[in-house]
Design a protein. Structure first.
Length: 168
């Protein structure tokens, strides 16, 4: 025990560096949200599809609804039906069991539809790649407009990806 205490006293208390600036990130999130709504007009509706992910990306997507980002307060809403959606937000590598469901969701989304693949798995298959149980990237199954890399990407990066898709 004395050896451990001596080591703690010698090394000190290691801590992470403070974030650069939360205010700048919050202002950028508001700017991105305003720009999305200026391009679209009233609102943007998003259908999120989990095609086989580990739920890391979903946690970051859910963070978009917290009071910090508050996208729903600005008119960007998540919907349960693809028939009401303007944009599909797809996470994870497409598993063989989700391939048909993803295609049906894509077909049910009215034109003009946008597709954003979120996370490394959605962009290129991630650590799963392509194999007997996994089709890999979302682009292998449906056309993708924008990819948002990261494992998982930060909520601000997801917002940037949505803005990039909307600008097209």
């Amino acid at each position: 025990m004395w050896k451990i205490l001596k080591q703690i006293l010698h090394a000190g208390i290691p801590t992470e560096a403070a974030p650069l600036s939360e205010e700048d990130e919050g202002e950028e999130a508001e700017r991105i949200q305003r720009e999305i709504l200026e391009i679209l007009g009233q609102a943007l509706t998003i259908r999120q599809v989990d095609a086989g992910s580990c739920n890391g990306c979903e946690l970051e997507i859910h963070a978009l609804n917290n009071p910090y980002y508050n996208i729903e307060g600005l008119g960007i809403k998540f919907v349960a039906s693809p028939r009401h959606a303007d944009l599909l937000l797809v996470t994870g590598p497409v598993t063989s069991s989700m391939e048909m469901a993803l295609r049906r969701t894509f077909d049910a989304t009215p034109e003009p539809r946008l597709v954003v693949a979120v996370g490394d798995c959605g962009c290129d298959g991630g650590i799963f790649g392509e194999n007997y149980a996994c089709r890999g990237a979302v682009a292998n199954v449906i056309p993708v407009d924008v990819t948002v890399p990261g494992c998982p990407p930060a909520p601000i990066e997801i917002l940037r990806g949505i803005l990039k898709a909307v600008r097209r």
